[in-house]
Design a protein around this ligand. Structure first.
Ligand code: TYD
Ligand code: MG
Length: 463
């Protein structure tokens, strides 16, 4: 390996210095210098950085080719033995790809991967290598015993040194490698502590380069910071082919796996799991669990149908609107963007004539689901209205639609499919955007189409 030199480069302007300083000498930005490696053999530092991140071999000469002449290779996919994980990956784990799985500590990343690797080894005869930097081999063995997977031919390695990992993998030639977690890995090229941005980025770059050059499929585990980003390095997301987030409340049983980037499939695909004593079990009909509520109609509860990836899903939105003792009433939402809630309440006031300015407003999306699409807007407002007026909403009513700033109810994607799904789950009435109203009546469900928020409120209160 060429001799390495450490440099500090500015995150803002890219300027480099051999010494760390609190302020970049080139652009004057504070606290923007980060440690990096520069290989002495390359002339320009830019080239070194680019080739390192892209995982190219630097000196290779690339040929220009016409698009039509480039031969395509069909992605070979392995099934992971967990259908919900396969679905989120776009139909299975693509061989030679690099996948990053992020999530809060304790959410079940290690469990998920141990199960997936064991299933792959057991049923498809694939040879996986599970590298853990967080747990000892005994701990992994204990977990495998809980999962009743201790007899599976699975290679384990407790290691945090990136160069050693690469050396071991080069010798062992596993077909799939799991690195749990990237935050514990360090490279000897840098002096900073494991877990720092520079270390994570550099170690990940080395591992990804190894995976790509050897054709090994690799799964990296990453921790998520309090802000919800993968700890420190968003750059990791650029290096890999697929980024999955494992979310959910660790106090509830349900876990949701979401694809946020996928070079081999659709994004926003959701996989739903339940955490049991025997590990993660997939939930093939998620609507059923998110809707497990009693029989009485209660004020503040509304069911909406969201569409995540390729399937619609029914979820319950709850609101509590209560007199506020504070001069500046609270708006708290779990599972819904806070800003979106503030915006919706403003629309409700301006275009619906209903004010919550002296009320605390709490929103909760049941089951730890995060609403990432706007189709639930109308349902959120309906829940707020129901709680404010203490007027229960019929239990067999489903509501969806995006609410625009002018109070218009905008259509959502695949509206008809959502209504069909609701009808399938026994809903008898629907309030939907006019543009989503089905042309032909759908059996078993009465659809009311609304164009403006005032119409929707009218329908809710009077009919
Ligand atoms: P873990 O996979 O270690 O989470 P992560 O790697 O994301 O930090 O485990 C998460 C939690 O799941 C842990 O608190 C214990 C629980 N758990 C079960 O409920 N059942 C099981 O079979 C296993 C293995 C773990
Ligand atoms: Mg873990």
């Amino acid at each position: 390996m060429a001799k390495v030199k450490r440099v500090y480069s500015c995150k803002e302007c890219g300027g480099q210095t051999p010494q760390w300083a609190g302020r970049c000498g080139d652009c004057g930005a504070w606290n923007s210098l980060e440690e990096e490696v520069q290989t002495a053999s390359t002339t320009t530092s830019q080239a070194a950085t680019i080739s390192r991140h892209a995982g190219y071999a630097g000196e290779q000469k690339a040929q220009v080719q016409a698009l039509s002449e480039v031969t395509s290779e069909k992605a070979v996919r392995w099934t992971t033995g967990l259908p919900e994980l396969d679905r989120v990956l776009g139909g299975g784990l693509v061989t030679g790809s690099v996948v990053l799985i992020g999530g809060d500590p304790g959410i079940g990343k290690s469990t998920l991967l141990l199960q997936a690797m064991a299933m792959m080894a057991k049923s498809s005869g694939i040879s996986p290598l599970y590298i853990s930097g967080e747990e000892s081999l005994q701990q992994i063995r204990l977990r495998a015993e809980r999962l009743q997977l201790e007899k599976v031919p699975l290679d384990l390695l407790a290691e945090t040194h990136a160069e050693q990992m690469v050396a071991t993998a080069a010798k062992l030639k596993p077909q799939v490698m799991v690195i749990d977690s990237i935050q514990t890995v360090f490279t000897e090229l840098l002096q900073s502590a494991p877990g720092t941005v520079a270390q994570v980025r550099e170690s990940a770059a080395q591992l990804v380069r190894f995976a790509k050059s050897s054709g090994t499929t690799m799964v990296l585990v990453g921790h998520v910071t309090k802000q919800g980003a993968l700890a420190g390095p968003r750059v990791l997301e650029h290096m890999v082919d697929t980024v999955l987030y494992f979310e959910g409340d660790s106090s509830t049983r349900f876990r949701i796996l979401r694809a946020v980037k996928n070079r081999f499939g659709a994004v926003n695909e959701l996989g739903v799991f339940g955490m049991t004593e025997l590990g993660l079990k997939e939930v093939s009909n998620p609507s059923a669990i998110f809707l497990s509520r009693g029989d009485d109609a209660l004020s503040g509860s509304v069911v909406t149908v969201i569409r995540e990836g390729s399937r619609p899903m029914l979820v319950e939105v709850q609101a509590l609107v209560d007199d506020s003792p504070l001069g500046n009433p609270r708006r708290v939402s779990v599972g819904l963007d806070q800003n979106r809630l503030a915006m919706l309440l403003a629309i409700l006031h301006r275009h619906g004539g209903i004010t919550c300015s002296d009320q605390d407003v709490f929103i909760n999306v049941v089951g730890g689901v995060k609403l990432s699409e706007t189709g639930a807007d109308l349902a959120v407002l309906a829940a707020v209205l129901s709680s404010l007026r203490n007027k229960p909403i019929r239990r067999d009513l489903i509501i969806f639609g995006e609410v625009g700033l002018t109070g218009e109810i905008r259509p959502v994607q695949a509206g008809e499919e959502r209504i069909h799904d609701a009808a399938k789950h026994g809903f008898k009435q629907a309030i939907v955007p006019t543009a989503n109203a089905p042309r032909k009546a759908i059996k078993g469900i009465k659809v009311t189409a609304v164009q403006h928020l005032s119409e929707a409120i009218d329908t809710l209160i009077n009919g």
